[in-house]
Write a protein that binds this ligand. Structure first.
Ligand code: AMP
Ligand code: MG
Length: 421
């Protein structure tokens, strides 16, 4: 089965006229509304599906458990012959074990030895735990009363045959693989992995150069950082290399990239400056909307469509590129991949710092939550200070209208793990 969903429309990122600075939540809402899954659906073996996004809800082909069985090692009997107080029952010869069912019928008033996982034999509906019994030759003694069905697991109590096992849109984890196997679902329909191409731009950028770098050159930090992030999110990360600030080379690169990937993420050159070719080329040959989001760090985030392929133009500064990736690109890519919108899990923790801030924009600060559950922020807010990203283990998220943080005040902390990195 191969089902191709529709492409995004050219105007899907367009903002209404007159919109200048958009609050982060509004920007995220707009993204949420304009994006839908863009990859095809394929059927694959359940056991190799870890990290893939379920496209269709699978149906249980078998009940789990398939038959009512014993949850413990003990003795099984009919509940109707048990009263309160001491009970003495004769033992039926034989045993019921997992994989070795007892084929006979246990007479009313008798008991049989039964092991964990064994199907309840005919005449048995209740089990007493071995440790709660005394055995003498072929007699078992224990104290009643017992609830009907004690220590048993009912047929289909986890999932009955014919029921939906999990919802479409969920990423498959090892736990889902176990669950699906338990109900006999050995192949599932998943979205094809989203192919995300990463491109660095800028005349000054070099990558792992053999020759000594010239004074005006800097090593590419963004692409090597973004590629593993994309992989960690479960997408296929494709290295699109690097282009200089030049209209024709960028155009050629975007043409070839749009033929082989589902989404393009660029860094650098996204503003409206003289050397900012992402916006120039998209304006001329595709569509682009520069979203001036009220967030620090992060300048306008350029979002556009080039030959049907969505493009996210991240700022060049590594810290801004990182923050825009986890805040905007992550949920957007998840939507495009079929997984739906994702929100990072946030925690309130006491600030081990003080801060003054301008109202009117949300700030995301490189932050480190220590062993004592206190959060510190990086000594500099410079957007090029990538060492702060490495020092941090998460971001402190200060709301737009906040102006001061005092020591001990509770602030929102988002660990890197909440961003899936
Ligand atoms: P731009 O967004 O192109 O104006 O770049 C903003 C800043 O980020 C400049 O100082 C660039 O040199 C720097 N920059 C751009 N791309 C990268 C990159 N891939 N790695 C490290 N720094 C970069
Ligand atoms: Mg540049």
């Amino acid at each position: 089965m191969s089902l191709k969903p529709p492409k995004l429309t050219d105007d899907c990122f367009a903002l209404p006229r007159g919109v200048t600075w958009i609050p982060v939540n509004e920007a995220l809402d707009r993204l949420k509304k304009s994006l839908h899954p863009i990859t095809e659906i394929e059927k694959i073996s359940t056991n190799i599906a870890e990290g893939r996004i379920l496209a269709l809800s699978p149906i249980a082909t078998r009940s789990s458990p398939p038959m009512t069985n014993s949850a413990v090692d003990g003795f099984g009997f009919a509940h109707s012959c048990i009263k309160s107080g001491p009970q003495i029952l004769p033992l039926t010869k034989g045993i019921a074990a997992a994989g070795l069912p007892y084929e006979g019928t246990v007479k009313l008033g008798s008991a049989i030895k039964i092991l964990t996982g064994a199907i309840l034999p005919q005449g048995v509906d209740t089990v007493i735990l071995s440790e709660d019994t005394n055995i003498d030759n072929d007699i078992v003694a224990f104290n009643g009363p017992l609830k009907l069905g004690s220590n048993t697991r009912l047929k289909g109590e986890d999932i009955p045959k014919g029921n939906k096992v999990i919802d479409a849109g969920l990423p498959i984890r090892s736990t889902e693989i176990g669950l699906l196997n338990s109900v006999g679902v050995f192949s599932i329909s998943v979205y094809k992995k989203l192919k995300v191409g990463i491109l660095s731009t800028g005349n000054e950028i070099i990558y792992n150069s053999q020759s000594p770098p010239l004074p005006h050159q800097i090593f590419d930090a963004n692409k090597p950082m973004l590629l593993p992030i994309i992989r960690k999110w479960g997408f296929e990360a494709i290295d699109l290399g690097h282009v200089d600030d030049n209209e024709q080379t960028l155009l050629k690169k975007l043409i070839s990239a749009s033929e082989k990937v589902d989404v393009i993420i660029t860094s650098g050159g996204a503003s409206a400056g003289q050397e900012d070719y992402i916006s120039k080329v998209l304006n001329k040959y595709g569509s682009i909307s520069s979203w001036r989001v009220a967030i620090k760090p992060g300048r306008p985030i350029a979002m556009g469509i080039f030959k049907g392929t969505p493009i996210f133009g991240l700022p060049g500064n590594p810290v801004a590129a990182f923050v825009c990736s986890v805040i905007f690109a992550r949920p957007a890519l998840y939507c495009l991949s079929g997984a739906g919108w994702v929100e990072p899990q946030k925690f309130l923790v006491p600030a081990n710092f003080t801060k003054q801030k301008k109202p009117g924009r949300r700030e995301l600060l490189r932050a480190n939550l220590n062993q004592d559950n206190l959060v510190n922020i990086f000594k500099s807010e410079g957007s090029g200070r990538i060492s702060g990203l490495s020092w941090a283990n998460g971001l402190v998220d200060l709301p737009s209208e906040l102006t001061t943080v005092s020591r001990g005040e509770l602030v929102t902390f988002i660990p890197y793990s909440s961003f899936g990195i």
